[in-house]
Design a protein around this ligand. Structure first.
Ligand code: AMP
Ligand code: FE
Ligand code: FE
Ligand code: ZN
Length: 292
């Protein structure tokens, strides 16, 4: 174990099981000194994460987000680092995404009732807690109700994109989201490219997103094998992207799960991201946010 940085983690403000404070503490214990909290479509966990980060003087927290976007046949997740988490128009956009996720989760619960695998809306709300509601919360309710034995099984049988209880979210395009993140001073990184690579659509997407201003691609991720890492590293070089990475820690279990910092992410590309942020004044802003 032991990368210095982990640029992709979730908390209770989306579908992670740890509060931002507990996540920061776990990452610190694991040796992580540069962490980004990247909850799905929400920044509301960042104030707590900054409070927790303040307790360590050799620790940098990068304000982050992971945004869900869609292309035909696949989902594309884009990480935003160093975003201005106080921008009113951005916050408004995120609020509308929250509302649409809520309606969509209710529709999935209705579908499960029709499939004779009922879960109660109250339990989904309970698992979702204070932030973004997503399919993992429906999955936890399915496990609790005894319809499946694991979150992974809930996805395999009901909730995956082709599953019988799946309902799509508000559709955003990846270019649109890259522009949105750059517009709030952020840097955009394409997350976990394995599925897109397998579908044969990664390169055309990278071409389009490079033109839109993409900064990085996640190359070091969970169970990615050395051969895959090499493939993605080569692609990142070809498109002028910083090869970044993260554990995508959720604390939900499953064989793909890695602890914060348990990825072979070297420090050098992270330093490159920090330098870029400094050039753009984003580090300064992050420090101000820290002080607030
Ligand atoms: P949503 O944003 O509500 O569509 O849910 C997507 C989230 O569900 C992802 O960010 C993952 O955390 C999780 N997820 C997606 N596919 C699977 C899977 N096959 N097994 C377990 N979790 C998954
Ligand atoms: Fe997630
Ligand atoms: Fe993701
Ligand atoms: Zn994630």
């Amino acid at each position: 174990m032991g990368s210095l940085a982990d640029l992709h983690c979730h908390s209770t403000f989306s579908d992670g099981r740890l509060t931002p404070t507990k996540l920061v503490d776990l990452a610190y214990r694991n040796g992580v000194r540069i962490l980004s909290l990247t909850d799905h479509d929400i920044v509301d966990g960042l104030p707590e994460a900054f409070e927790a980060a303040k307790r360590y003087d050799d620790f940098t927290l990068i304000p982050g987000i992971e945004m869900s976007t869609d292309v035909p046949g696949n989902e594309v997740h884009i990480l935003g680092h160093f975003i201005d988490r106080h921008n009113p128009a951005f916050l408004n956009r995120l609020k509308r995404l929250q509302e649409s996720r809520l309606n969509r989760a209710r529709l999935m619960v209705e579908k499960l009732v029709q499939l004779d695998k009922p879960v109660s809306w109250e339990r989904v709300e309970f698992f979702a807690g204070e932030g973004t509601v997503g399919r993992p919360h429906v999955a936890l309710a399915l496990v609790e109700a005894g319809h499946v034995t694991s979150v992974n099984e809930a996805f395999d049988r009901y909730l995956s994109r082709n599953g019988p209880a799946y309902v799509s979210r508000d559709r955003l395009g990846p270019e649109e989201v890259v522009a949105l993140l750059l517009g709030v001073g952020g840097m955009a990184t394409l997350a976990h490219p394995r599925e897109l690579f397998a579908a044969g659509t990664l390169e055309s997407l990278l071409e389009a997103l490079q033109a839109a201003g993409l900064t990085g691609m996640e190359v070091y991720y969970q169970d990615y094998l050395p051969q895959e890492i090499k493939t993605f590293h080569d692609l990142a070089s070809r498109y002028g992207l910083i090869p970044l990475g993260g554990s995508d820690y959720h604390g939900l279990g499953g064989p793909q799960q890695r602890e914060p910092g348990d990825i072979p992410l070297p420090t050098e590309p992270v330093q490159k991201l920090l330098s870029l942020a400094e050039e753009r004044g984003a580090l300064e802003r992050a420090r101000i946010a820290h002080a607030r």
